[in-house]
Design a protein. Structure first.
Length: 176
C-alpha cells in the first residue's frame, strides 16, 4: 500500500479521518519503527534528509510503499552490540534497531577509511596481508550499503566470525 492509498482509505466512510491525522499516525508508526517506507526500491531511514517531503508532497506520496516492519530478534541486536564491543571497544550504543544500526555503520565507515589508508601503503611496497584487508573492506562495504534493518542484522550475524577473525589477525599483526 502507498501512503496515498492509506490516507484515501481512512478519509472515506466509515472512518472519515482527516488526511493530516492519518499522515500523523503514519509518521508516528514510522518513528516508532512499526512500519517501513520504501521509495524507488530504497528503504527510508528516520535520519534521511527530506523525510517530511515523503509525507507531504503529492507527487511523492503516490510512490512511497508502506509495509509492516519485521521486529528484530533480541539475539540479533545483542549480536551487533557484542560485535561492537569486540571490534571497536564500544558498549554505549542506542537500544533501538535503527539507532543501533546507524551507530554500528558509523564505526564501520571509520574502520573502512582506516583500511583504505592502509591499502595505500601497498602501492609503494609489497607487504603481507593485502588480501585480508581487501576481503575485510569488501565485507564492511557490503554491510554499509544495506538499508533494511532486518537484512542488516542477519548479514552481521552471518559475517560475525569473519569480522572477528580479521580483527584478531589485525591485532596480532600490530603486536608483532
Amino acid at each position: 500500500m502507498t501512503i496515498k492509498s492509506i490516507t484515501t482509505h481512512f478519509s472515506e466512510k466509515p472512518y472519515g479521518w482527516l488526511e493530516l491525522d492519518t499522515t500523523a499516525l503514519l509518521i508516528k508508526l514510522f518513528m516508532a519503527q512499526d512500519i517501513k517506507l520504501m521509495l524507488n526500491s530504497t528503504y527510508l531511514q528516520s535520519s534521511d534528509s527530506g523525510l517530511l517531503d515523503v509525507f507531504t508532497k503529492r507527487d511523492i506520496v503516490d510512490r512511497v510503499v508502506v509495509s509492516k516492519r519485521e521486529k528484530i530478534a533480541p539475539a540479533l541486536l545483542k549480536n551487533v552490540k557484542d560485535l561492537s564491543q569486540i571490534l571497536f571497544d564500544k558498549a554505549a550504543l542506542p537500544a533501538d534497531e535503527d539507532g543501533l544500526m546507524q551507530a554500528f555503520k558509523r564505526m564501520l565507515v571509520i574502520e573502512k577509511e582506516s583500511i583504505e589508508k592502509l591499502l595505500g601503503h601497498y602501492q609503494q611496497a609489497h607487504y603481507p596481508g593485502k588480501d585480508v584487508l581487501e576481503d575485510g573492506l569488501e565485507v564492511i562495504q557490503d554491510l554499509i550499503d544495506i538499508r533494511d534493518a532486518s537484512t542488516f542484522y542477519r548479514k552481521v550475524r552471518s559475517v560475525r566470525a569473519d569480522l572477528e577473525l580479521r580483527r584478531t589477525g589485525q591485532r596480532r599483526e600490530r603486536f608483532l
